[in-house]
Design a protein around this ligand. Structure first.
Ligand code: UFG
Length: 338
């Protein structure tokens, strides 16, 4: 089965290309490389033993989608292509709504027109906001978004829900990602943030590598055991494999219209300080860090209830956080060597 992976050169996209190929699917990449590097395709070739078919184009254009759907005999789409920087989204709301919501509508209309039945959509645990109870399950109410980025994910989910409710023949699964970290153990692909990283683990690995002088821990006065925020960090390859499980589940469904949502996390909450301590233990590198003020928009704690994805998708995370941190570090060392 040929699967179009929009944003397939990105961090989660590229690891999902590997997982799809290993599971016997044929991934076809569509990426405009606006936030990824051409070298990712070389890394994929190194892992897969062949160069995945790649279209360097934008997914806003229905003509592009029609052509690829037809030429590549596409039967399913995994839609990663989106902007994802929370802070930037507040400065550039129209770009975010256009790229994250506008392109989704184009994709859905073109899939309907071309009779492509299966879609997996990248959503985020950000839709839960500051939850009232933990872990969050798929029944946990969605809270008003803190950011334009978060709102694009909520609106995206609503569009998918309404599309399927109208009886349009599309089978759609939204995956709510928790915090993906790590890299492929070969260090051929990994996370490549441009500029100063927003996310914790790339900031840690760049600091450990000497590219940044010090990590700031954003607040140690939260109501958690050690005062730092709690998240659910999942190895990116576990997250990638969740897409394979979700796609298999969609394909075997005996219905023409379907929409459901799954949490994709480990179920374990880990604090920022616990993660830093694990990184130092696993790599033997001591990290220069200091405690700073809270970062605006951060929630205190969020981690996933994972029963639904275990039961319905037959998937659960199998890799440890230590493994993810080792892989993230191996990748950082490789990137630094060039
Ligand atoms: N953190 C630091 N220092 C840093 C970077 C992060 O202390 O330099 C802390 C944050 O305050 C937070 C934790 O590390 O407590 C994780 O932060 P990340 O930025 O790595 O991840 P977030 O949980 O903030 O981000 C996730 C997803 C986003 C999503 C966001 C919504 O990665 O896609 O949740 O809050 F939008």
């Amino acid at each position: 089965m040929n699967v179009l992976v929009t944003g397939g050169a990105g961090f989660i996209g590229s690891h999902t290309v590997v997982a799809l190929a290993e599971a016997g699917f044929t991934p076809i990449i569509l990426d405009d490389f606006s936030n990824s590097e051409a070298g990712v395709i070389d890394g994929l070739e190194q892992i897969l033993g062949y160069r995945p078919t790649t279209y360097t184009e934008n997914c806003h254009n229905p003509e592009t989608l029609r052509r690829i759907f037809r030429d590549e005999n596409i039967q399913g789409v995994i839609h990663f292509a989106a902007f994802k920087a929370v802070g930037e989204s507040m400065q550039k709301p129209l770009e975010y709504y256009d790229n994250n919501v506008g392109a989704l509508i184009v994709l859905l209309k073109t899939m309907q027109e071309c009779h492509i039945p299966n879609l997996i959509f990248s959503s985020s645990c950000t839709v839960y906001g500051e939850p009232d109870a933990l872990p969050v399950t798929e029944q946990t109410p969605v809270k008003p978004a803190f950011s334009v980025y978060g709102n694009t994910k909520q609106i995206g989910e609503e569009i998918l829900h309404d599309t399927v409710s109208a009886g349009i023949p599309l089978k759609i699964t939204a995956l709510r990602y928790f915090n993906p970290i790590g890299a492929h153990p070969s260090a051929a692909i990994g996370e490549l943030p441009r500029g100063v990283p927003n996310n914790l683990v790339p900031f840690i690995t760049q600091t450990a590598a000497g590219l940044r002088s010090s990590l700031t821990v954003f607040g140690d006065d939260y109501p958690t055991p050690d005062g730092t925020c709690i998240r659910d960090y999942i190895h990116v390859l576990d997250l990638a494999e969740a897409h394979v499980a979700a796609l298999r589940h969609l394909v075997q469904l005996n219905t023409s219209s379907f929409y459901d949502i799954f949490n994709i996390g480990t179920g374990q909450g880990v604090s920022v300080m616990e993660l830093i301590n694990s990184f130092e233990r696993v790599t033997g590198v001591s990290l220069n860090y200091s405690i700073g003020p809270r970062r605006s928009g951060d929630v205190t704690a969020v981690y996933a209830g994972v029963e639904k994805s275990e039961q319905m998708l037959g998937w659960k995370a199998t890799r440890s956080m230590d493994q993810a941190l080792e892989d993230a570090w191996r990748w950082q060392v490789r990137v630094d060597k060039g």
